[in-house]
Ligand binder design. Structure first.
Ligand code: NAD
Ligand code: UD1
Length: 338
C-alpha cells in the first residue's frame, strides 16, 4: 500500500517508516518539523536503502498544502502521527493544543475525504482511560476523565473519527492506544530526540546516564505498587511500529472501527526500569525520591490480547532490549540529531 505518514519525521513515525518499507509498503511523509529534524528521514532512507523518503514540509492545518500533496499522490491509507504531545505544555497552552491536534486532524480528514482516501490509523494514548477502572486495561474499559488538554485532544479525536466512520461506512478507522513507547531502532541511528528537559522517564534516564543531567527525580515512592513507584506498560518502539503495519491488515479487511491497545501487558515500576538500565548497560543512574507528579496514577498496563487475536500482533521485545536500545541511541548520539 502507499501510505501518507503525517508526523513521519518524529520518534514513532520514523521507526514506523522502516517497518512499512520492510513489509513492502511505500510512504510519503508530511511533517511541519515543529518537533523533529529532517535528519531522521535521511537516516531512515539510509537504513531502508532508498535514496530518500518523499517528504513535504507542510502543516496539517494548511488545507491548500495538503491538497497539493494529494494532487501529486494517490494514497491507500494515512497513518496519522502528527500532533503535539507534551502534557505539561498542553496545560499552559490549551488553545495551541486543541488547534494543532484537533483542527489539524479535521483538515486532514476533510482533504482525505475529498480525495477518496478513507482509511486512517490514529495515534491515540492510554491517557484516554484516565484513572482506569480495571487493570489490566482492555479496550472495553470505559474512557475516563483526562487530566490535561493533550489527553482530551486524543479522547475527542477518537470520537470525531468514529463519528466520521459512522456517517460514511466506506471509512476504516483504526485507533491505536499506545502505552509507554521507549527504545530505539537497533541500528542506533534513530531514536527519541526530545527538546529541552525530557518529560518522560526513559529519555530522562538516558540523559542522566550520558552525563547531561545530574540525577533522576523519581516522582513518588508511596504508591500502592510492589516498590512504591509508578508502574507502566513500556513498549519497544520497533514493536509499536510493527503494530501499525499489522493495523493495515485490519483496514484491508474493512474493519470499520477498530480500537487496539498497544502494550506488552507487563507493568514495570520506575525503579524496575532504572535497575534494568543499570544492570544491562553497566552505567550508573543516580536518582532521588521526589514528591508525586500531579496527574500521575499508580498503575497502568494493558491486556494486549485483542491486538493479538485480531491483528496477529504482539510485542516481541522485553525490558532488556528496551533499556539496551534506548542507551545505544543516546550513547552514540549524545546530541540527538544536532
Ligand atoms: P513526535 O513529536 O516525535 O512526532 C510528532 C511529529 O508530528 C513531529 O515530527 C512534529 O514535527 C509533527 N507535527 C506536529 N504537529 C504537526 C502539524 N500541525 N503538522 C504537521 N506535522 C506536525 O511524537 P511521537 O512520540 O512520535 O508521537 C507520535 C504520535 O503518537 C503523536 O500524535 C503522539 O501524541 C502520539 N503518542 C505518543 C506517545 C509517546 O509516548 N511518544 C504516547 C501516546 C501517543
Ligand atoms: C505520560 C503522560 C501521558 C502520555 C505518556 C506517553 C503524564 C501525566 N502523562 O504518561 O499522557 O500518553 O506519557 O507519552 O505526563 N517518572 C519519574 N521521573 C521522571 C519522569 C517520569 O519518576 O523524570 C515516572 C512517572 O511518575 C511515571 C513513570 O515514570 O510513574 C512514567 O512516566 P512518563 O514517562 O512521563 O509516562 P506516563 O506518566 O505514563
Amino acid at each position: 500500500m502507499k501510505i501518507l505518514v503525517t508526523g513521519g519525521a518524529g520518534y514513532i513515525g520514523s521507526h514506523t517508516l522502516i517497518e512499512l518499507y520492510a513489509a513492502g509498503h511505500t510512504a510519503v511523509v508530511v511533517d511541519n518539523l515543529s518537533n523533529s529534524n529532517p535528519e531522521s528521514l535521511r537516516r531512515v532512507a539510509e537504513i531502508i536503502g532508498v535514496d530518500e523518503i518523499p517528504f513535504y514540509q507542510v502543516d496539517i492545518r494548511d488545507k491548500a498544502g495538503l491538497e497539493s500533496v494529494f494532487a501529486e499522490h494517490t494514497f491507500d491509507a494515512c497513518i496519522h502521527f502528527a500532533g503535539l504531545k507534551a502534557v505539561g505544555e498542553s496545560v499552559e497552552k490549551p488553545l495551541e493544543y486543541y488547534d494543532n491536534n484537533i483542527a489539524g486532524t479535521l483538515v486532514l480528514v476533510e482533504v482525505m475525504r475529498n480525495h477518496g482516501c478513507k482509511n486512517i490509523i490514529f495515534s491515540s494514548s492510554a491517557t484516554v482511560y484516565g484513572d482506569p477502572e480495571e487493570i489490566p486495561i482492555t479496550e472495553n474499559c470505559p474512557k475516563g476523565v483526562c487530566t490535561n488538554p493533550y489527553g482530551w485532544t486524543k479522547s475527542m479525536l477518537e470520537q470525531v473519527l468514529m463519528d466520521v466512520q459512522k456517517a460514511d461506512n466506506e471509512w476504516n478507522v483504526v485507533i491505536l492506544r499506545y502505552f509507554n513507547p521507549v527504545g530505539a531502532h537497533l541500528s542506533g541511528r534513530i531514536g527519541e530526540n526530545p527538546n529541552g528537559v525530557p518529560n518522560n522517564l526513559m529519555p530522562y534516564i538516558t540523559q542522566v546516564a550520558v552525563g547531561k543531567r545530574a540525577e533522576l527525580g523519581v516522582f513518588g515512592n508511596d504508591y500502592p505498587t510492589h516498590d512504591g513507584t509508578g508502574v507502566r506498560d513500556y513498549i519497544h518502539v520497533v514493536d509499536l511500529a510493527n503494530g501499525h503495519v499489522a493495523a493495515l491488515k485490519a483496514i484491508e479487511r474493512n474493519c470499520g472501527v477498530g480500537i487496539y491497545n498497544m502494550g506488552t501487558g507487563h507493568g514495570y515500576s520506575v525503579l524496575d526500569m532504572v535497575n534494568a538500565f543499570v544492570k544491562v548497560n553497566g552505567v550508573e543512574v543516580p536518582y532521588n525520591i521526589k514528591p508525586r507528579r500531579t496527574g500521575d496514577i499508580a498503575t497502568c498496563y494493558c491486556n494486549p490480547a485483542k491486538a493479538k487475536d485480531e491483528l496477529g500482533w504482539e510485542a516481541k521485545f522485553g525490558i532488556e532490549e528496551m533499556v539496551r536500545d534506548s542507551w545505544r541511541w543516546q550513547r552514540e548520539n549524545p546530541e540527538g540529531y544536532d
